[in-house]
Design a protein around this ligand. Sequence first.
Ligand code: AMP
Length: 193
Amino acid sequence: MVEGVDGYPSRVVLLGPAGAGKGTQAQVLAGRLEIPAISTGDMLREAVAAGSELGRRVQGSMSLGRLVDDATMAALVRERLARPDARKGFLLDGYPRTLPQAEALEAILREADQPLDRVLLIEVPEEELMRRALLRKRADDTEEAIRHRLDDYREKTTPLIGYYRQRGLLREIDGNRPIEEVTAGLLGLLGVS
Ligand code: AMP
């Protein structure tokens, strides 16, 4: 395994359904590992807020809780990972979400000769996800959008679990616990004490 500058896995994907706490955990881990947390959801929301061409293109899918197409996502991630701050590592939050996206990511990282070190799966039961989503109430958190996101996760994203397990990259953690406990568990899985 190729490791990051301090000997820790530094090219990491956080996998899990919307509401599992990926964003929160990505921020904390990124601070500890001194690598950027890259949230494709945040990037797309910024594009929508800025009214850019990309933002106008993805606005509809996002408000319905639908996945943005794989080609758009690959271009976005390729550009982001090419920036200098991602050279020593990154935590990807919200990408990949489909098998074609996982394959695209593998190709992007292969070109850069920077293979993925670890995929951390945060697991939370569906009832708890629905409860968290209704509490959070983001603009795209209508009950229908939440249901779409859960359906898409089950149908399109869960195949990634086997994909990464087969590659020996997957580590799993119970995300239905207090935030600090999950953080400690994730740091443990990354070998950070
Ligand atoms: P998130 O904040 O990760 O829940 O993302 C918010 C929304 O952005 C999702 O509901 C999708 O519409 C879109 N999105 C974010 N990441 C992806 C991705 N990897 N593939 C497709 N759509 C995405």
